[in-house]
Write a new protein. Structure first.
Length: 306
């Protein structure tokens, strides 16, 4: 069965940008991924088709060759198939069989190798490098910050252990050598190209190698100062809140951001305070009624209504 046109598979126009192709693939992959559709054979087949279409269109060279008609939707060489049939399927209709008079097998192998632009393996067979295959792996926020090893289940049922390095960014691609499509004629297998998608965190936000945290504090902690426990991606630490702090006060925890990796130093965590009043009672309200008139302060001074 012929492969579906990759543009139709991803639902994009033929002049779609690489970003549009990537966005379409990610949307469809999330919907049809086997992990989200256990036991659903149609969804599994659809995911394979989506991955194959993305494999072709995300590679500028393959896409250009497909648009020129040099390869088909499955990435197979159209001229190669035609040429091989002419000389290797027999002599009907003027065709030759490999090794028979008029086309010696060794000569045929040399011609095929030159025609295909690839090396020749043992016995005159064509050695072709396997196709690179594209996959998407969603990792937890903290795994991306600290690094971890995650298991990726492929559409064919194989499992790959993917080492996620500390500090990997959303959209970055990891290459696993030799884990892609099988080679042809003894050629080496392709690679697995794994695009990383980072799940958002409930209260951390990443800024380069730094971590941003909005931290709620009580009125008493902000006014009087306090030593409190603060979460970081590497475990809780004790931090001092200066007396008289306000909402928006920004404090720094050195080295508590994205973990160090290679030549990259560890990032920092920046904690922005948010004063939360919480429940009040008559005593606090009475105090403020007496205190406020004696301590006039207008936090909106300078604001002009537009």
């Amino acid at each position: 069965m012929a492969a579906e046109d990759p543009y139709q598979t991803l639902g994009v126009q033929r002049d779609a940008t690489q970003e549009q192709i990537r966005a379409a693939y990610r949307k469809l992959a999330k919907k049809h991924h086997p992990d989200l559709n256990p036991g659903n054979k149609p969804a599994e087949e659809r995911f394979k088709a989506i991955s194959g279409a993305y494999d072709l269109l995300s590679d500028p060279d393959k896409r250009a060759r497909f648009d020129r008609g040099e390869i088909d939707a499955a990435g197979q060489e159209r001229p190669e198939q035609h040429f091989y049939r002419r000389y290797a399927e027999g002599q009907e209709g003027g065709r030759y069989r490999a090794g028979e008079p008029g086309m010696p097998e060794e000569e045929l192998g040399d011609i095929l190798s030159e025609f295909f632009g690839r090396g020749r393996g043992e016995g005159g067979t064509i050695r072709m490098h396997g196709r690179d295959q594209h996959f998407t792996l969603t990792v937890e926020f903290l795994d991306a910050v600290r690094g971890n090893t995650r298991r990726l289940v492929l559409p064919d049922g194989r499992g790959l252990d993917v080492r996620v390095p500390p500090g990997i960014e959303d959209g970055q691609t990891l290459r696993l050598k030799g884990q892609g499509g099988p080679g042809i004629g003894g050629g080496p297998p392709g690679d697995a190209l794994i695009e990383i998608e980072i799940a958002p965190h409930a209260f951390y936000r990443r800024d380069g190698r730094d971590i941003q945290l909005q931290l709620p504090v009580t009125l008493a902690e902000a006014v009087l100062g306090a030593r409190i426990s603060v979460p970081t991606p590497h475990g809780a630490v004790t931090m001092t809140i200066p007396a008289g702090s306000d909402t928006g006060t920004r404090l720094r925890l050195r080295g508590k951001g994205v973990a160090a990796h290679g030549s990259q130093a560890a990032g920092d965590e920046y904690v922005t305070l948010q004063v939360v009043v919480g429940e009040t009672d008559a005593a606090l309200e009475g105090f403020l009624r007496d205190w406020a008139p004696k301590h006039r302060f207008d936090p909106r001074r300078g604001m002009v209504e537009q």
